[in-house]
Design a protein around this ligand. Structure first.
Ligand SMILES: Cc1cc2nc3c(=O)[nH]c(=O)nc-3n(C[C@H](O)[C@H](O)[C@H](O)COP(=O)(O)OP(=O)(O)OC[C@H]3O[C@@H](n4cnc5c(N)ncnc54)[C@H](O)[C@@H]3O)c2cc1C
Length: 419
């Protein structure tokens, strides 16, 4: 085993959306960061790649957005949502306000984020390095134990950030050994499959993100342009149908999209390229994100059903909240590790900002049909453009988006009385 190193302020485990964003922000405040991942980069991961406005705002602030655009990231400039009895659309770009989203395949996006993080001289990047255990001293996380092809190694730092995804090793080990990072889970009622299409004409699909619900119970679709002229299309359906869906992935995806309200027709002149991908069954997971010496960011701390494409934005926003508070944590530190109590404001702020979105998605994720309240809200958004604007701002996790406003609730009430 190599000698323990105390040369880092922070060890970030996981070098995709949450981990790279955190490393970039920590490096900007001159923290010495070890950013590591068991994967080799560039590499893909199972995920479509909608980054909502809330996420692109963070990417802009950390200096990554232009780079991702240059790498081919498609900026969607409006959002349309449709389903039984509703169809509304709102622009994401107005003079003085740019709320456009981003859609760039994860292989390219993650590679660009890693490259930006590595450009800071205070960031040490290691891929193909797997965390297998945590160093625990005096009841606190004090570092990580790792393995790679050269053998095992140990690294220490006052703060270990678990940005290692849904099946977080950092969270699982700290939970088992310290009783930290308490979790609660709600299973996702839907399964998700996606594929890429080529040759989809601009006359059919322009610069919009389209989400569609309930051509049949549990059905949902998402479609958007991404890099290299391709289109990414995702299908959601009852998770109980996953086994039969798998018997003919391409055929069943085609059939699902053909039976959609509008998405299938948008793809009619395109052809599927590559394979159909899926994540298998998923959970909505809330974890208490702080422990003595460690913190969880992104999916490891808050994993939400992909139905509304919020995961990247939640990861980016949680990383930004943590990194805005972190300078105070280092100056307040008394022992070897930063205490959970010191990091408590992160939990408070993360939950204040993200839980309204998480809870709304979790409610929709439990059931195969949209609730009467959600349907009523979507139908209200279809009636008035200001209501569509408000709904889309919330769906995009735009800064300062509150939903529903008094005016929106009144519109829903009027609609209910008229029905
Ligand atoms: C089918 C599907 C579609 C989705 N579509 C969207 C979408 O359109 N928009 C959206 O916003 N979100 C979407 N999501 C969610 C999104 O993918 C996640 O929210 C996002 O990837 C979270 O980023 P992260 O950095 O927290 O974790 P991850 O991207 O999961 O990265 C975790 C990293 O940690 C590394 N790691 C894990 N364990 C270890 C270890 N022991 N040692 C070292 N490294 C380790 C992994 O190799 C990985 O690289 C989708 C998810 C799925 C499943």
């Amino acid at each position: 085993m190599s000698h323990p190193s105390r040369d880092f302020d922070v060890i970030v485990v996981g070098a995709r959306v949450a981990g790279t964003a955190a490393a970039i922000m920590l490096a900007r405040s001159r923290r010495r960061v070890l950013l590591l991942d068991k994967a080799a980069f560039p590499s893909d991961t199972i995920s479509t790649h909608i980054v909502l406005s809330g996420g692109t705002q963070v990417l802009g602030r950390i200096g990554a957005l232009e780079r991702l655009e240059r790498a081919g990231g498609f900026r969607f400039a409006s959002m349309r949502t449709l389903g039984p009895g509703f169809d509304f659309k709102a622009p994401l770009y107005r003079p003085g306000e740019d709320l456009r989203g981003l859609c760039l395949g994860r292989e390219k996006m993650d590679a660009e984020m890693v490259a930006l993080a590595r450009s800071f001289d205070t960031v040490t990047f290691r891929d193909r390095l797997r965390v297998t255990d945590l160093v625990i001293e005096d009841g606190a996380v004090a570092g990580v134990r790792c393995e790679d092809s050269a053998g095992s190694s140990e690294f220490r730092a006052p703060l270990v950030v678990g940005a290692d995804g849904i099946r977080s090793t950092v969270a699982a080990i700290a939970e088992r050994r310290l009783g930290a990072f308490k979790r609660s889970d709600v299973p996702c009622a839907r399964a998700y499959y996606y594929a890429y299409y080529e040759g989809v004409g601009a006359a059919r699909l322009g610069d919009e993100l389209i989400t569609e619900f309930e051509a049949s119970p549990g059905a949902g679709n998402l479609v958007c342009r991404c890099e290299d002229g391709r289109v990414v299309a995702a299908a959601a359906f009852d998770a109980n149908e996953m086994r039969s869906f798998r018997t003919d992935l391409a055929g069943n995806l085609r059939r699902h999209l053909d039976e959609s309200i509008a998405v299938g027709a948008l793809l009619a002149d395109g052809s599927m390229v590559g394979k159909v991908r899926s994540s298998g069954l998923l959970l909505n997971t809330y974890r208490d994100p702080v422990a003595d010496g460690a913190l969880l960011l992104g999916d490891s701390g808050l994993h939400v059903d992909p139905l509304f494409g919020q995961g990247h934005s939640m990861a980016l926003i949680s990383a930004e909240i943590a990194c805005s508070l972190a300078p105070g944590w280092f100056s307040a530190r008394s022992g070897n590790s930063i205490s959970a109590r010191t990091m408590d404001p992160f939990r408070t702020k993360r939950d204040e900002v993200l839980m309204p979105h998480f809870r709304a998605s979790e409610r929709a994720s439990r059931e195969l049909t949209l609730s009467p309240t959600t349907l009523a809200a979507y139908r209200a958004a279809s009636r008035e453009q200001w209501a569509a604007d408000e709904m889309v701002r919330f769906a995009q996790m735009a800064p300062d988006a509150r939903f529903p406003s008094f005016r929106f609730a009144r519109l829903m009430a009027q609609q209910a009385r008229a029905a």
